[in-house]
Design a protein around this ligand. Structure first.
Ligand code: TXA
Ligand code: MG
Length: 360
C-alpha cells in the first residue's frame, strides 16, 4: 500500500484493528461524508461507494461516479435503530421482526420512505431500501457521519462488485474523496433484498440471508421469479436493479452446471476442447473438487481458477475471481455453477447475469 499512500493521501488502512480506539480514525471520513464527499468503505458484503444519504447533491455524485441509471435506487445504511424513524414510516410488525432477526447484517428491507429521503436516493419511488451492516468499520463510519449513508456496491455499473480495495482502485480511486481499506469482505456477495407485500416477504435479490432463514421468521417467503429467470423486455419489476446488466467481466462467459460432478467435469472438458479446437483460449473457474481433475485433463497453459470448496468460500471469492479471470485475456471464461439451495441461489443469481444467461 505504500505506493497508493503516496498517490492518494486520503487513504486509511484499517485492515488490522488492534483496539476500539482505531475506530476513532474514522472521524475524518465521517466528516467528509457529512460535508457531501464520496467515501469508499468496507462492509461485510461488498465495498460501498458512500455519500450523505440526506444530501441530494452528494448522492448525485454517486450516480455519476458509477455511471448508474438514475431510476436504480440506492440503499441507505444506518448504524442503529434510532436512525430508522427519520427515513422510513408505517413499518409493520413483520418488517420489525425481520429487522430484529437479521440486523445488523447482510439484509436490506424495502420500506415506505419519509419526505426526508431525497427522491434521487429512491430513484423516484415512494420506498427506500434500508440496511444496518454488521461490519464495525461501516457502522462507526455511519456513526461519525451522523447521517444515513447512501451506498451502492463499489464498482462501475455493470462490473463485478468490489470486495477488496485493490480490485476497484483503478476504476474508482480518482472519483472519491477518501478510501477506507478494511481488507477482504467476509461474505463477498451483496445483501439479501426483501420487500414485504401483503404480509409476505418477497426476495428481490438473494444473498447470505437465505429464503429458508426468512421463512423461519415470517412463516412464508416468495422468491421473485426474476432471480433466476431472464427479464422480458419492458416488463415491470419490483426492483429496478433487476433490469440492468450486472457483474460481467469483459470476456465472454459461459455457465456450466449439471446434477452430478462427473457430468459437470465432462461438460467443462467438452466446452474447453471445443473452444481450443476453434483456435481460442479458455479460462476455467471451478470448485476445488474439480480443479485437480481438470488440471490433469487439460493443457497446462490453461488458467484454472479454484473458487473454493464450499458455498461460503465461493461467495467470498467469486467477484474478485471474475475480475482476475478477465486479466488473463482469454476468449471464453467457463464457470462452474452450483446448486441453488441456500446460499447457492445468490451465487447462481450473480453468475447467470455475469454470463448473460449463457448456460450449458
Ligand atoms: O450489500 C449490499 O447491499 C451493498 C453494500 C454496499 O451495502 N450494496 C448494494 O447496493 O449492493 P446496490 O446499489 O449495488 O444494489 C442495491 C439493489 C439494487 O438492485 C436496487 O435496484 C435495489 O437494491 N433497491 C434499492 N432500493 C430499492 C427500492 N426502494 N425498491 C426496490 N429495489 C431497491
Ligand atoms: Mg451493485
Amino acid at each position: 500500500m505504500k505506493e497508493k499512500d503516496k498517490i492518494y493521501d486520503n487513504y486509511l488502512d484499517l485492515k488490522n484493528i488492534h483496539s476500539l480506539n482505531d475506530y476513532t480514525k474514522l472521524e475524518k471520513a465521517g466528516k467528509i461524508i457529512y460535508d457531501g464527499g464520496l467515501v469508499l468503505f468496507p462492509t461485510e458484503t461488498v465495498y460501498g461507494l458512500g455519500a450523505n444519504g440526506l444530501d441530494p447533491e452528494a448522492v448525485k455524485r454517486i450516480y455519476i461516479a458509477k455511471g448508474r441509471a438514475s431510476d436504480n435506487p440506492l440503499i441507505l445504511h444506518i448504524c442503529d435503530i434510532g436512525m430508522l424513524g427519520k427515513i422510513a414510516q408505517n413499518i409493520t410488525d413483520l418488517e420489525f421482526s425481520l429487522m430484529n432477526a437479521f440486523w445488523p447484517g447482510p439484509f436490506t428491507i424495502i420500506l415506505n420512505k419519509t419526505p426526508f429521503v431525497p427522491s434521487i436516493v429512491s430513484g423516484g419511488l415512494e420506498t427506500v431500501g434500508v440496511r444496518m451492516p454488521s461490519n464495525e468499520i461501516a457502522r462507526n463510519l455511519i456513526k461519525y457521519s451522523g447521517v444515513p449513508i447512501a451506498a451502492p456496491s463499489a464498482n462501475i455499473s455493470g462490473r463485478p462488485s468490489g470486495t477488496n480495495i485493490n480490485d476497484i482502485f483503478d476504476e474508482l480511486a480518482s472519483k472519491v474523496d477518501y478510501i477506507i481499506d478494511g481488507g477482504d469482505c467476509n461474505i463477498g456477495l451483496e445483501s439479501t433484498v426483501v420487500r414485504v407485500i401483503d404480509n409476505v416477504p418477497h426476495i428481490l435479490r438473494p444473498g447470505k440471508i437465505t429464503a429458508e432463514e426468512i421463512k423461519q421468521v415470517a412463516g412464508n417467503v416468495i422468491i421473485d421469479k426474476h432471480i433466476l429467470g431472464k427479464l422480458e423486455p419492458n416488463k415491470k419489476v419490483l426492483s429496478p436493479g433487476m433490469k440492468y446488466k450486472h457483474y460481467a467481466p469483459k470476456t465472454e462467459c459461459v455457465l456450466v452446471y449439471d446434477s452430478s460432478i462427473n457430468k459437470i467435469q465432462e461438460k467443462i472438458i467438452h466446452v474447453a476442447q471445443k473452444c481450443i479446437s476453434n483456435g481460442k483460449v479458455p479460462t476455467i473457474m471451478c470448485s476445488e473438487q474439480n480443479s485437480e481433475f481438470l488440471r490433469k485433463n487439460l493443457d497446462e497453459n490453461i488458467h484454472i481458477i479454484n473458487l473454493g470448496s464450499d458455498l461460503n468460500s465461493i461467495s467470498k471469492n467469486i467477484f474478485s475471481d471474475l475480475r482476475k479471470a478477465d486479466t488473463y485475456n482469454s476468449d471464453l471464461i467457463i464457470i462452474e455453477g452450483v446448486s441453488t439451495d441456500g446460499l447457492g441461489l445468490a451465487i447462481m443469481n450473480r453468475l447467470l447475469r455475469a454470463c448473460n444467461y449463457n448456460v450449458i
